[in-house]
Design a protein around this ligand. Structure first.
Ligand code: FAD
Length: 485
């Protein structure tokens, strides 16, 4: 076996404490890799609404011992119903046997609750809040990030988990330019913003007024309005609803302006949209205004919906993850697997590891982006093309074809290669998971009764010891990466 027993302990900087950044940190901790997460927000904001996860990522939650916790915040879903603005049903999408096919439920929940579960797994001192990354530069010891509070940190690897308008991505493009490399035009072009979206989660409501809340299965109802609006309301545990309103954007310049004003998900500037939609009916009874009223004001947020799959995922020692919840978490899993197998930190080894990560993920990420665009078109699209697509999908695609499509998607279930594997469930065979070379090597050593290197668990105690040696003159602070003073 051509594998080395040596393993570097890179200092990893993760930018962004969103769902992908937290998952990344959690997995790095399990791998014994030193990491620090830098987040621009001053504290955790309980924002966001409807989110769903499925067999494509639930095996990882099972590996992490978190499956029960995720099930506890979720309702099981087996499809959705689409209505027109007169509350007449225009179609259904049903997946009645998802559990039988995949061995996992299709779970829906409110985003902040999944966020809380992940946050509890990451030691508090591994996250530095109030750290907005402004720029990034190559240095002799690795790459430095420059924060808005004038602090500077250095790491061997920088992972951008900072969302759709990633500062890490923009700075990576600048680094490429400085070195005479050019990012593909597709990556630099502005993202199209077909929809603006306002979301929220209500407080508990009366099951007497809304009997659907009593069901243990989730109800997911989309309404396609008469003009540019569409809205979705779903039931979630503890007698609450998650809701979202989508507004088709006709003027892209106005959209850019709005995005600039609402660059962070936040409760600002929602009132005029609330006024616009408050009288729209909902299928559970009453109006959107009723459930918006039952939603704490500071829990309502507005965002532009954009979807774009970038071509460039890494450059030198900078690598990017994230794009939609499931995709983002799968990125974290596959990248963590590649980092676990690193045998040194040479530029060649880092590039090979990142390229391996991209090649394992790109095709699947692309499929998911296509699927989620199609789902959005079918459930909420308001353009003429989207109306035609909806009509065709709901009326002419047989249920068996839809089920086949679903089955194919459920076969991709990456697992954390360096944690015990979970047994395969469901009747759809999972695609094979690539084993970790390092795990295989260590097993071989065990068999040969040699000494095995045990990875330290940085989630228990930060491994900062070797960092100073590599960076004479640079002090090591409690944040694991280097603070330059
Ligand atoms: C507050 C919030 C609410 C959301 N609500 C929903 C929802 O209701 N439904 C849904 O489907 N999706 C929602 N999303 C998006 C969804 O979480 C992501 O698309 C998906 O989970 C991928 O996650 P991510 O961690 O890659 O990116 P994000 O979830 O976008 O997280 C990126 C993180 O990076 C931080 N960040 C950004 N720039 C910098 C910087 N320069 N320096 C330091 N930190 C930075 C952000 O503050 C954020 O915490 C929401 C995202 C956020 C941030």
């Amino acid at each position: 076996m051509s594998y080395s027993q040596k393993h570097p302990n890179p200092r990893v900087i993760v930018v962004g404490a969103g769902i992908s950044g937290l998952m990344m940190g959690l997995l790095l901790g399990k791998a014994g890799i030193t990491y620090q997460i830098f987040e621009r927000a001053s504290h955790v904001k309980a924002l966001g609404a409807l989110m769903s996860i499925n067999a494509n990522i639930l095996p990882v939650f099972e590996q992490l011992g978190l499956l029960k916790e995720v099930e506890n915040i979720s309702l099981r879903n087996n499809g959705s119903i689409i209505f027109n603005s007169q509350m007449k049903e225009i179609g259904q999408v049903r997946v009645p046997n998802y559990m039988e096919l995949t061995g996992y439920d299709f779970l829906v929940f409110s985003r902040p609750e999944l966020y809380e579960i992940l946050l509890r797994q990451v030691p508090q001192d591994r996250i530095s809040f109030n750290k907005r990354i402004l720029s990034m530069r190559e240095s002799i010891g690795g790459t430095r990030i420059y924060c808005s509070d004038n602090s500077i940190y250095e790491g061997d690897i920088v992972i951008g988990a900072d969302g759709a308008y990633s500062a890490v991505r923009q700075n990576m493009h600048k680094m490429m330019e400085t070195n005479g490399a050019v990012a593909p035009v597709h990556d630099i072009k502005d993202m199209a913003m077909p929809y603006m979206c306002m979301v929220g989660t209500t407080g508990p409501m009366s099951p007497h007024d809304y009997p659907h809340l009593k069901d243990s299965m989730n109800h997911l109802h989309h309404v396609v309005g008469a003009d540019i609006h569409s809205w979705t309301v779903i039931t979630i545990p503890r007698n609450r609803f998650c809701w979202s309103v989508m507004v088709q954007i006709k003027d892209q310049n106005e959209a850019k302006e709005q995005r600039f004003r609402n660059s962070e998900w936040g409760p600002e500037a929602n009132n005029s949209l609330i006024d616009e939609v408050k009288d729209f009916p909902i299928s559970f009874g009453g109006t959107l205004g009723d459930i918006i009223k039952a939603t704490p004001k500071d829990r309502i947020s507005k965002v532009m919906l954009e979807e774009k799959l970038f071509e460039t995922w890494h450059y030198k020692n900078v690598v990017l993850i994230g794009d939609g919840a499931v995709n983002a978490m799968q990125d974290a899993v596959v990248l963590a697997n590649c980092l676990y197998d690193l045998t040194d930190l040479s530029p060649e080894s880092l590039t090979a590891a990142f390229e391996d990560y991209r090649s394992q993920r790109f095709r699947e990420a692309k499929k998911q982006v296509v699927n989620s665009k199609m789902n959005a078109r079918v459930s909420s699209g308001q353009s003429l093309i989207e109306k035609i697509v909806r009509h065709l999908v709901l009326n002419f695609i047989p249920a068996s074809v839809m089920a086949r499509q679903f089955s194919r998607a459920a076969a991709y279930r990456p697992q954390v290669a360096y944690l015990p594997q979970v047994v395969e469930r469901g009747s759809i065979k999972a695609l094979p998971n690539r084993p970790s070379k390092r795990v295989m090597y260590e097993k071989m050593l065990l068999r040969n009764r040699r000494v095995v290197e045990t990875p330290c668990d940085s989630s228990q105690s930060p491994c900062t010891t070797s960092v100073g040696d590599r960076n004479a003159g640079v002090s090591v602070n409690r944040e694991g990466a280097c603070l330059l003073i």
